[in-house]
Design a protein around this ligand. Sequence first.
Ligand code: F1P
Length: 296
Amino acid sequence: MSFIGEEIARQPQTWLKAATVAADAADLLPRPGERVAVVGCGTSWFMAEAYAALRERRGLGETDHFAASEFPHERAYDRLVAISRSGTTTEILELLDRRRGRYPAVALTADTSTPVVDVADHVLDLSFADEKSVVQTVFATTALTALRAGLGEAAEPLAEAARTALETPLPEEWVTAGQITFLGRGWAHGIAREASLKMREATQSWTESYPSLEYRHGPIAIAAPGRLVWHFGPDEAGLRADVDATGALFVDHPEDPQADLVRVQRLAEASAVRKGLDPDRPRALTRSVILDRPAS
Ligand code: F1P
C-alpha cells in the first residue's frame, strides 16, 4: 500500500485523538466572541476556510481566513490560528513573526522541532497525525477536527462516518471521470476546494470548485457526459436536475462534508494508480514550500 493509502485509513483514530488533544488545550484555542483570523497555505488554507465558516455559523465570533501570503497586516485581531503541517512554510513563518506583540497566535503543526514553534506563542502538537506523503490527508482533517472540537463538536459521529467512507467501494465512473467539479455551501466550500486540490495534486487532473449556487453562473458550461459534479452535503438548491440535463454525473452525499472528503482522498489515490502515477510522488510538489527570499 502507498503511504497515502495508509494515511487516509488512519483518519478515524486520529480524529478521535484530536478531540482529546483539543479538550486539553482549550485555553489556547479561540474563545467565544473573539475576533479571529485563521491562516494556512494550500490544503492548510482550505482547512482554515472550513473552520472559519463553521465558527461564524455557530455565532462564536467573526472569523476570517486567508492564504498566509495575502494576510492583511493592517487589521487587528484578538487571536491568530496558523495551520502548518511542516512548520516550515515561509509565508506562515513570516506572518507569525510580523504580528508578534500585537495579538496571540497558536500554531497547529505535525512537527514541533521546526521554526513555527519559535514564532507562535502556543503550539497544538498534532505530531501523531504527521505524514510521509507530500499530499496532505490525515494531518489536514485531524487539524480541522481539533478545531471543530474546540467549537464543541463531537468527533465520534465524524469518525464513524469516515469509517463508512473508507469501506464503501468507489464506482468505476468516478475513477474514469474526465473532469470533476466540487461544490459546497458555507464551510463545505473549503472542503470542496480541498477535494479539488487533492485530485489535482495526486492525479494531475482538471478539477474545479465553487460555492454551490455559483455553479449555475458559468461553471455548468463545462458539464458533459463522462464528467462528474460532486456536491458536499445535501443538494438543497436543486442542482441535480440541471446537471442531469447536461449528461454529467451528479453525486451528493448527505453526511458531514469532512467525512465525504475521505471518499475523494481515496478517489485521488485510486485515480492516480489507474493513470500509472505514484500518489506518493506528485509531480512538481514538495512537502513544504520554503522560499529563498522573503515572501512579502
Ligand atoms: C502546505 C502546503 C501543502 C501542499 C504542498 C506544499 O504546507 O501548501 O498543502 O500540498 O505540499 O505545502 P504546510 O504549511 O501545511 O506544511
